[in-house]
Design a protein around this ligand. Structure first.
Ligand code: AMP
Ligand code: MG
Length: 337
């Protein structure tokens, strides 16, 4: 199959493909999504095949506004309150689903995850397609999420019908997933809309914790995500201690095969060929936006092991750490002082 590249001025044709049950990747403000008509079973099945995604990992359904949600889910007051403040934006809300949503879309669950993206291309595409669009990140399962059309091509060329090229996505990390179907609202996945921001409107909201042996509420969290081909180690501790630890690690290895994901504060100090500048510790949105592109960069090199500096804190730092931990499979080196 030839994968057609569309510009933002050619969305009609892209929308026609979606209507016909084909797959079209498109930009949102978070990452590129792999879009299919959310109400068409066969189309949604193609998403799972193209990604190699486990069937029990449900998709997020994208709508053009809060009023479209009643068509596919049972809404409540909290939903409208949050939609008013955070939509369009990187907040996904999980609600009890209506029967029109096929089980493939919801991964067999009786709830459905919904969001309204803050991206004009995405909103127009949904509007032209005349249907909600199911769209997980447009990468093969287990690979870093795409933040540029070119990343989508790396994973999906020849496999999907089209890509709308909208340049680099702004936020670079996936949406916050909030479960509104339970007694107490819970964040299932941290993202751009933080716990602190949600607390202002929903004082009872909390971060979900998975206890050993308990059923995972967000099936996607079971799987290792965003893995680069090289081994990834996170280095934790005081920033200067992280720097010293990584320098020590480099000394003992072939420096051409060691990669470093560095903050701009220390970037110049690492004597290796392959390193990426994530951005400043003073500007965490910059680090979030650069994270996945950086992980992908190392896949095109001979690097065998990557050391990543880490950032601690609240807000978006929680989402950055969540993605880094999952990319590393939980491999952390604690740097002493
Ligand atoms: P992705 O689209 O790949 O960024 O992942 C979507 C995320 O939303 C995964 O972590 C899913 O487990 C989660 N998700 C989607 N639908 C539901 C749902 N009905 N209940 C709980 N989590 C969901
Ligand atoms: Mg994903």
């Amino acid at each position: 199959m030839e994968t057609k590249i569309f510009s933002k001025n050619n969305l009609k044709e892209a929308a026609e493909l979606i209507k016909k049950g084909q797959l079209v990747a498109f930009p949102t403000e978070t990452v590129y999504g792999l879009g299919a008509d959310a109400l068409n079973k066969e189309a949604v099945l193609k998403v799972f095949l193209a990604k190699g995604r486990p069937a029990d990992n449900p998709l997020i359904v994208h709508v053009k506004g809060a009023f479209d949600v009643e068509e596919i889910a049972y809404v409540n007051q909290e939903f409208y309150l949050l939609a008013k403040h955070f939509w369009p934006g990187p907040l996904t809300m999980v609600l009890p689903k209506k029967a029109v949503v096929p089980e493939v879309t919801s991964g067999g669950l009786d709830t459905v995850a919904i969001r309204c993206p803050q991206n004009d291309i995405a909103l127009e595409l949904i509007s032209l397609a005349g249907t909600p669009i199911a769209a997980p990140s447009a990468n093969r399962s287990g690979r870093p999420s795409p933040t540029e059309a070119n990343h989508v091509l790396q994973d999906m060329q020849g496999i999907i019908a089209g890509i709308v090229d909208g340049g680099h996505t702004g936020i670079g990390l996936e949406s916050t997933v909030l479960d509104l179907s339970a007694q107490t609202p819970e964040i299932l996945r941290p993202g751009g809309v933080t716990l602190e921001m949600l607390k202002e409107f929903l004082p009872s909201v909390r971060q979900a914790v998975i206890k050993p042996g308990e059923k995972v509420k967000s099936p996607g969290l079971k799987y290792r995500h965003y893995a680069p081909k090289a081994l990834l180690y996170l280095v934790a501790g005081e920033p200067e201690a992280q720097l010293r630890e990584i320098l020590k690690q480099i000394e003992t290895k072939n420096s051409a095969q060691v990669g470093v994901m560095a903050t701009s504060e220390f970037f110049d100090l690492y004597p290796v060929v392959h390193k990426v500048n994530l951005g400043s510790r003073q500007n965490l949105s910059e680090i979030a936006a650069n994270l996945y592109g950086s992980l992908r960069y190392f896949d095109s090199t001979e690097v065998k092991v990557i050391f990543a500096e880490t950032i601690f804190g609240e807000g978006i730092a929680v989402a950055i750490n969540d993605r880094l931990q999952r990319a590393s499979g939980g491999q952390i080196i604690f740097a002493g002082n």
